[in-house]
Design a protein around this ligand. Sequence first.
Ligand code: GRF
Length: 191
Amino acid sequence: MNKKIAILISGSGSNMRALIEASLNDKFPATIELVISNNSSAGGLLIAKKYGVRTRFIDRKIFDNNEDYDKALSLLLKEENIDIVCAAGYMKIFTKQFVEIWKNKIINIHPSLLPDYKGLNTHKRVLHDHQKRSGCTTHIVEPELDSGPILMQATVPVKPEDTVENLAKRVLVMEHIIYPLTLKRFILRVN
Ligand code: GRF
Protein backbone atom coordinates (compact mmCIF):
# COMPACT_ATOMS: atom_id res chain seq x y z
CA MET A 1 0.00 0.00 0.00
CA ASN A 2 1.93 3.00 -1.23
CA LYS A 3 0.09 6.30 -1.00
CA LYS A 4 1.05 9.44 -2.89
CA ILE A 5 1.54 12.44 -0.62
CA ALA A 6 1.70 16.17 -1.28
CA ILE A 7 3.02 18.39 1.50
CA LEU A 8 1.85 21.99 1.74
CA ILE A 9 4.21 24.46 3.39
CA SER A 10 4.70 28.17 3.88
CA GLY A 11 7.89 28.34 5.91
CA SER A 12 10.97 26.53 7.17
CA GLY A 13 9.61 23.06 6.47
CA SER A 14 11.05 21.13 9.39
CA ASN A 15 7.92 18.96 9.62
CA MET A 16 8.09 18.47 5.87
CA ARG A 17 11.68 17.29 6.30
CA ALA A 18 10.60 14.82 8.99
CA LEU A 19 7.96 13.41 6.63
CA ILE A 20 10.43 13.15 3.73
CA GLU A 21 13.03 11.48 5.97
CA ALA A 22 10.48 8.94 7.21
CA SER A 23 9.39 8.18 3.65
CA LEU A 24 12.95 7.21 2.71
CA ASN A 25 12.47 4.03 4.73
CA ASP A 26 11.38 1.24 2.37
CA LYS A 27 8.75 0.13 4.86
CA PHE A 28 7.06 3.53 4.99
CA PRO A 29 3.72 3.20 3.16
CA ALA A 30 3.93 6.51 1.31
CA THR A 31 5.95 8.49 -1.20
CA ILE A 32 6.32 12.24 -1.00
CA GLU A 33 5.50 13.22 -4.57
CA LEU A 34 5.39 16.96 -4.34
CA VAL A 35 5.89 19.92 -2.00
CA ILE A 36 3.72 22.94 -2.69
CA SER A 37 4.09 26.38 -1.17
CA ASN A 38 2.11 29.60 -1.24
CA ASN A 39 5.35 31.41 -0.36
CA SER A 40 8.13 31.51 -2.95
CA SER A 41 10.79 32.12 -0.29
CA ALA A 42 9.77 29.29 2.01
CA GLY A 43 12.98 27.67 3.24
CA GLY A 44 11.32 24.29 2.97
CA LEU A 45 11.33 24.52 -0.82
CA LEU A 46 15.14 24.39 -0.88
CA ILE A 47 15.20 21.50 1.56
CA ALA A 48 12.71 19.55 -0.55
CA LYS A 49 14.84 20.10 -3.66
CA LYS A 50 17.91 18.81 -1.80
CA TYR A 51 16.00 15.60 -1.17
CA GLY A 52 15.06 15.44 -4.83
CA VAL A 53 11.38 16.08 -4.15
CA ARG A 54 9.61 18.17 -6.79
CA THR A 55 8.37 21.57 -5.64
CA ARG A 56 5.75 24.02 -6.84
CA PHE A 57 5.01 27.58 -5.81
CA ILE A 58 1.45 28.75 -6.38
CA ASP A 59 1.22 32.52 -6.23
CA ARG A 60 -1.92 33.86 -4.53
CA LYS A 61 -1.46 37.13 -6.42
CA ILE A 62 -2.42 35.62 -9.77
CA PHE A 63 -5.85 34.57 -8.48
CA ASP A 64 -8.86 36.80 -7.82
CA ASN A 65 -9.86 34.98 -4.66
CA ASN A 66 -9.05 32.07 -2.38
CA GLU A 67 -11.65 29.86 -4.04
CA ASP A 68 -9.83 30.11 -7.36
CA TYR A 69 -6.49 29.55 -5.65
CA ASP A 70 -7.74 26.37 -4.01
CA LYS A 71 -9.32 25.20 -7.28
CA ALA A 72 -5.91 25.44 -8.96
CA LEU A 73 -4.32 23.66 -6.01
CA SER A 74 -6.91 20.92 -6.18
CA LEU A 75 -6.41 20.50 -9.92
CA LEU A 76 -2.67 20.12 -9.46
CA LEU A 77 -3.18 17.53 -6.71
CA LYS A 78 -5.55 15.58 -8.95
CA GLU A 79 -3.18 15.74 -11.93
CA GLU A 80 -0.52 14.29 -9.67
CA ASN A 81 -2.85 11.53 -8.43
CA ILE A 82 -2.27 12.60 -4.85
CA ASP A 83 -3.96 10.45 -2.21
CA ILE A 84 -3.26 12.42 0.96
CA VAL A 85 -2.40 16.07 1.58
CA CYS A 86 -0.21 16.95 4.58
CA ALA A 87 -0.30 20.55 5.73
CA ALA A 88 2.96 21.31 7.52
CA GLY A 89 3.23 24.91 8.58
CA TYR A 90 0.91 25.91 5.73
CA MET A 91 -0.24 29.38 6.73
CA LYS A 92 -3.20 29.63 4.41
CA ILE A 93 -6.72 28.73 5.40
CA PHE A 94 -8.39 26.14 3.16
CA THR A 95 -11.67 27.05 1.50
CA LYS A 96 -14.74 24.99 2.40
CA GLN A 97 -14.90 23.66 -1.16
CA PHE A 98 -11.31 22.42 -0.99
CA VAL A 99 -11.91 20.64 2.31
CA GLU A 100 -15.06 19.08 0.86
CA ILE A 101 -13.24 17.77 -2.23
CA TRP A 102 -10.41 16.37 -0.10
CA LYS A 103 -12.61 15.23 2.78
CA ASN A 104 -10.75 12.95 5.19
CA LYS A 105 -7.64 13.25 3.04
CA ILE A 106 -6.01 16.34 4.55
CA ILE A 107 -3.92 16.09 7.71
CA ASN A 108 -2.59 19.08 9.64
CA ILE A 109 -0.20 19.54 12.54
CA HIS A 110 -0.78 22.23 15.13
CA PRO A 111 1.61 23.27 17.91
CA SER A 112 -0.80 22.99 20.85
CA LEU A 113 -2.89 20.42 22.63
CA LEU A 114 -6.06 20.93 20.63
CA PRO A 115 -8.83 21.82 21.18
CA ASP A 116 -6.90 24.33 23.32
CA TYR A 117 -5.05 27.19 21.66
CA LYS A 118 -6.34 27.06 18.12
CA GLY A 119 -4.96 29.70 15.77
CA LEU A 120 -1.73 31.67 15.86
CA ASN A 121 0.79 32.48 18.60
CA THR A 122 0.04 29.33 20.56
CA HIS A 123 3.28 29.28 22.57
CA LYS A 124 2.94 32.92 23.57
CA ARG A 125 -0.59 32.30 24.82
CA VAL A 126 0.39 29.09 26.63
CA LEU A 127 3.17 30.98 28.46
CA HIS A 128 0.87 33.90 29.22
CA ASP A 129 -1.60 31.49 30.83
CA HIS A 130 1.16 29.84 32.91
CA GLN A 131 0.23 26.41 31.62
CA LYS A 132 2.30 23.55 33.01
CA ARG A 133 2.16 21.55 29.82
CA SER A 134 1.76 22.06 26.14
CA GLY A 135 2.31 19.93 23.06
CA CYS A 136 1.23 19.27 19.53
CA THR A 137 -1.66 17.66 17.71
CA THR A 138 -2.19 16.03 14.35
CA HIS A 139 -5.73 16.05 13.06
CA ILE A 140 -7.90 15.60 10.01
CA VAL A 141 -8.75 18.96 8.48
CA GLU A 142 -12.33 20.20 8.61
CA PRO A 143 -13.55 23.59 7.38
CA GLU A 144 -13.33 25.22 10.82
CA LEU A 145 -9.74 26.24 11.63
CA ASP A 146 -7.68 23.75 13.68
CA SER A 147 -10.69 21.49 14.12
CA GLY A 148 -11.43 17.97 12.97
CA PRO A 149 -10.83 14.54 14.47
CA ILE A 150 -7.61 14.31 16.45
CA LEU A 151 -5.20 11.66 15.22
CA MET A 152 -2.30 11.96 17.66
CA GLN A 153 -0.99 14.22 20.41
CA ALA A 154 2.26 14.55 22.32
CA THR A 155 2.77 16.62 25.44
CA VAL A 156 5.81 18.49 26.70
CA PRO A 157 6.40 20.23 30.03
CA VAL A 158 6.34 24.02 30.17
CA LYS A 159 9.09 25.35 32.41
CA PRO A 160 8.77 28.59 34.39
CA GLU A 161 11.81 30.08 32.64
CA ASP A 162 10.59 29.17 29.13
CA THR A 163 10.59 31.65 26.27
CA VAL A 164 8.43 31.34 23.16
CA GLU A 165 11.53 30.17 21.28
CA ASN A 166 12.58 27.33 23.54
CA LEU A 167 9.02 26.14 24.11
CA ALA A 168 8.55 26.12 20.32
CA LYS A 169 11.75 24.07 19.95
CA ARG A 170 10.64 21.54 22.57
CA VAL A 171 7.26 21.16 20.89
CA LEU A 172 8.83 20.88 17.42
CA VAL A 173 10.92 17.89 18.54
CA MET A 174 7.64 16.09 19.28
CA GLU A 175 6.01 17.34 16.07
CA HIS A 176 8.77 15.70 14.07
CA ILE A 177 8.04 12.41 15.84
CA ILE A 178 4.25 12.38 15.69
CA TYR A 179 3.73 13.64 12.14
CA PRO A 180 5.43 10.73 10.34
CA LEU A 181 3.88 8.31 12.84
CA THR A 182 0.45 9.81 12.25
CA LEU A 183 0.78 9.54 8.49
CA LYS A 184 1.90 5.92 8.70
CA ARG A 185 -0.93 4.96 11.06
CA PHE A 186 -3.46 6.93 9.05
CA ILE A 187 -2.53 4.98 5.93
CA LEU A 188 -2.43 1.63 7.66
CA ARG A 189 -5.50 2.55 9.76
CA VAL A 190 -3.79 1.27 12.89
CA ASN A 191 -4.71 2.86 16.22
C1 GRF B 1 4.92 24.04 13.31
O1 GRF B 1 4.99 24.41 14.66
C2 GRF B 1 3.53 23.58 12.95
O2 GRF B 1 2.91 22.90 13.99
C3 GRF B 1 2.82 24.87 12.69
O3 GRF B 1 3.77 25.68 12.04
C4 GRF B 1 5.09 25.26 12.40
C5 GRF B 1 5.77 24.93 11.12
O4 GRF B 1 7.10 24.61 11.30
N1 GRF B 1 1.60 24.65 11.97
P1 GRF B 1 7.91 23.95 10.10
O5 GRF B 1 7.67 24.82 8.88
O6 GRF B 1 7.41 22.55 9.92
O7 GRF B 1 9.35 24.01 10.54
